[in-house]
Design a protein around this ligand. Sequence first.
Ligand SMILES: Nc1ncnc2c1ncn2[C@@H]1O[C@H](COP(=O)(O)OP(=O)(O)OP(=O)(O)O)[C@@H](O)[C@H]1O
Ligand SMILES: [Mg+2]
Length: 242
Amino acid sequence: MTLLNVQNVTTGYGATVVNRDVSITLGENEIITILGPNGAGKSTLLRTVVGLVRPRGGSISFAGENLTGRTPDIMAKRGVVLVPEGRRIFADMTVEENLRLGAYARGDVGAVEADVKTMESFFPILATKRQQKGGSLSGGQQQMLAIARGLMARPRVLLLDEPSLGLSPLLVKEIQQIILDIGKTFGASVLLVEQNAGLALSVASRGYLMQNGRIATSGPIAELKDMSLMRELYLGGATEHS
Ligand SMILES: Nc1ncnc2c1ncn2[C@@H]1O[C@H](COP(=O)(O)OP(=O)(O)OP(=O)(O)O)[C@@H](O)[C@H]1O
Ligand SMILES: [Mg+2]
């Protein structure tokens, strides 16, 4: 079943149109990826899906309900949650406070405490840092906290914007495993935006390639890997000038 259905969305900032006519679907228990160069409009699309940016055309629906133009808290209540790029955690708040903030849109206050514990077992590093300020964590730990905070909303769809940015290869491996486990542990589907094509192609079953605000091509990962455009951009097929 299609959970998230983005149809012909055109969006941008003020007079600037960034994304044109973008259509994306995400099913239950699915991990998909959007790849694309810097400035292609990946983050703008994710911000539009969660209601931070209002689309000027097209529609966004979730589980069959039209939610075009709804606010981020309505989207979070429905289960559509963004982990933004750049680990926007609250540096002056503790790890635990950051986690609790992730649950702000939930009604079941009683279950939040249990979920803080769930996050601490899913991300063991956070358990040892519970009372430390977010800003005192390393980059990788902050990324774990950002993902954990997103999961505290109990999303049905988690949008991850460049979770591997700036992380060591070892931590990228950890993030890879976490993304693969999110479905099993939390029952959420994942839309992953990545510059790290190796990571994205290893976890996703389908992908979209975005260029200049539009979807240039899409398909199952095996097919994408065979496309010359993908090879040119990501898979070492481009001519190297030394
Ligand atoms: N708040 C904003 N106001 C105006 N223009 C913006 C804003 N945020 C982004 N843009 C512009 O929108 C375009 C797409 O940016 P966006 O951040 O969506 O790209 P991206 O694909 O996520 O890039 P990256 O891989 O570098 O994160 C860029 O030209 C950017 O300058
Ligand atoms: Mg971006």
